[in-house]
Structures are given as structure tokens and as C-alpha cells.
Design a protein around this ligand. Sequence first.
Ligand code: NAD
Length: 437
Amino acid sequence: MKKSAGEKTESDIMTHGTNPYEIVKSLLKESVSRLGLNENIYHMLKKPMRVLEVSIPVRMDDGSLENFTGYRAQHIDILGPTKGGIRFHPLVNIDEVKALSIWMSLKAAILNLPLGGGKGGVIVDPEKLSDRELETLSRTYIRKITPIIGPQKDIPAPDVNTNPEVMGWMIDEFDQLRGYNIPGMLTGKPIIIGGSLGRLEATGRGVALTIREAAKILDMDLSKTTVAIQGFGNVGSMTAKFLHELGVKIVAVTDAKGGIYRKEGLNIPDLLEFVKDKQNYASDYQNADAITNEKMFSLPVDILIPAAVENQITKDSAPTIQAKVVAEAANGPTTPEGDKILEEKGIFVIPDILCNAGGVTVSYFEWVQNSMNYYWKEEEINQKLEEKMLFGFDKVLKMRKEKQCFMREAAYMVGINHLVKAMHARGWIKEDDLSEE
Ligand code: NAD
């Protein structure tokens, strides 16, 4: 029987592997303890403050009616409105959305952005939808979550399988419901209707900046460095673009359909042109050899960049990794077992909540520009992004030194510390709650 666009099979769920919400909870717990804070802090942070599940009925082109499921999680709003992307993927589930909302809070906290974490998702395979069906789904989803979103409440953005076009439909739906134009209700929208210059490139630009900083510490000459990237969507392709500009040789790129490899380095400008109109997968590119995702992880490269989905660096793939640096452009690409192996191998990990924080940073800039109704030049945005990324990187490095720990633990501790200060300032917690019993 044909599987419909919103349906998940048992094997889909199984291949998704480890539960990201359980992973983030255990990392929060460990970090709270390592900071010498009371376990109550962990209990405060582990639960999103609000989670909404919605049904999204869509009339399909063949006349049938399909009812999709969507979610929106809002983690904590003590620093400002919650903020985070919307994902369309068949493996979206409530725990994934909760985990992603917590990661968003930590990213904002590390970079000192006045925002909390949010995340949304719809269980759907967008490739199975026509353009009209996709637009109807996007508009209906935003209508369903309208009561809890808005520029002062919760601000969505693009994530896996959503893009400026989808954001354009969503903001139009929201504006029509409200009866006036509210550009700051979401970010990552087309520039003509209030999007920010540099937003499309922001996450990849931020990833490349963190790699540049890591290379300084590790004494790596980027012009002699090789890279493999998993995922060639927004984040993977933009990371490739900026690394290529830094003189890095990108030898392999994979996506959901397969991968390509060229020992001498892929022609990145040509590859970017090839995928530009979204008609082609990077893995269809002809001037390279074919490679599987599995094989890509084990290539003898200096830097490995997971830029696709969760749970890719696992107990099975981690032992094969030869890279000296893993830059987590994706959210949650490494399982705890995989992480342990990376640590044992002495691989320098740039953790997701730091590495890919460029996206939320320029989303924040977009929201600021929308609020003042005045728009900055791209150079100004890129410069502000660099300042924020370096600020976050430096804070995490200092924490790593102070606590003699790994980068991921340090990033969690920096984020938690910041949130704890805000909770304290609001009177949510008292001195007693801060110290371990
Ligand atoms: P995207 O939809 O633009 O691209 C995803 C890419 O991953 C595609 O090339 C797809 O083919 C590939 N892919 C999917 N499943 C795969 C698999 N199993 N193996 C190999 N490749 C696979 O999404 P994106 O916006 O680039 O997001 C990628 C990651 O970066 C996600 O984890 C997302 O949460 C994270 N992220 C995105 C942003 C942003 O601004 N878009 C910001 C921060 C973090």
C-alpha cells in the first residue's frame, strides 16, 4: 500500500535512533551538576514551558483529505520571546521538537541574544506534496499555531525542508488573519517583505567562522585542510561556500539521496550553481565519483561537518572517523555513544549549540530590523554576526579551560549559567537553589 505524505512507518521511527529529548535532558543534568548547581535547576530547564500539538487538514490534489500533525514547543522566555525554526520531515516527533527548542534556548544564551528557544515541526514528507499542497499545509499550520506565536511571543524561522518561500506563505497567512502587516512575526522570509540580508547565508557563515577559530587553536592551516560535509541544503551548501572562500578543499558532499567525492577537491562554485534552483540534488552532480553517506564519515579528511539531521555520528560511524575536527552544523548530529568515542579519539568537537548559532543570530538581527523598520547593509550584518560568533566561541573556550572539559560540556555550562542568572534576576530561584545540597 502506498505510504501517504504524513505517515510514518515503524522502520522510519527505528532508523531515527536515539531520542534527542532524552539526550538533551541527560546533558543538561550533567552540566547542572558540573556547575555545582542544585538539581532543581535541571528540573526547571528540562521541560519546555509550552507545547502545542495541532492537526493540519489538507485537501490533496486528488480530492482526498489528509490530516497532518504539527507541533510547536516553546522552551523558556526569561530572556525574551522564544524563537526557532519550523521543520517539515516525516520523522518529526514531539520529543525532537522539545529537544530542538531547548537547544535554541542554549544557543541564544551562549551568544547573549535576548531570546528564548522555540521549535516547530510537521510530520510530512514535502517531496510527496505538490506546490499547492505544500502551500496549503504551510498556511494551515501557521493558522493553527497563531494563538501562541507573534513578534513578542514566539518567532518562527526556516529549518529542514522549509525556506524563504515557505516563510513568505506563512507570514502572509498570519498578516491576513491579524489584518495588518507584522514583519517581525517570523524570520528567514524573502528580503522584499522584510527579510534580512545575509540570513540565507548566516548559519553556514557562522559554521565557517567557528571552524576558522578552531583552526587557530589547533594550529591548522586552512589552505591545506580537507573537508567532508553531510547534507547540502541551506546549511551544508553555505558552509561549503564560505569554507571554499577560506581556501579549504571540500572533497566530499552527501545528501539524502547519496553523495559525491573528488580527492582533488570538488568545484564548489559549480556545485552551488548546480543545486541553486533546487531541481538537482548535489549527489546528482556528474564531475565526481559516487560515495555513500557511510563511507563519507570514514574519509581521511581533516574536518567533518554533519549538516543534515540528528543521530548521524553514532557508536557505529564514530569509530571510523579520521577527522581531527567535527563541526556540528546540524542540530544533534552526535549520539552520546558517538560523542564518547569522539572524546576518546581526541577529536575537537565544535558543538551544535555553538557551531550553528549563526542562523538564530541573523534571525535576531532580522527581527530587530523589523522592529525599527530600518534595514542594515549586508556588511554590517556580517560584521555583527562575526562579533557574536567570536564572543560565543571565546566564552565556551574559557569555560573549557576553567572546567578542564570538552567543548560540548563547556557550551552547555555557558548556556545554563546565563539562563540561571536570568532566573535568579526574576526571582524564580533563590540562593539555596543555586548550591548543591
Ligand atoms: P535543508 O532541508 O536545507 O537541508 C538538509 C540537507 O540534509 C539536504 O541536503 C538533505 O538531502 C540532507 N539530508 C537529509 N537527511 C539526510 C540523511 N539521512 N543523510 C544525509 N543527508 C541528509 O536543512 P538545513 O536548513 O540545511 O538544516 C540542516 C541542519 O542544520 C538541521 O539539523 C537544522 O536543524 C540545522 N540548522 C539549520 C539552520 C538554518 O538556518 N536553516 C540553523 C541552525 C541549525
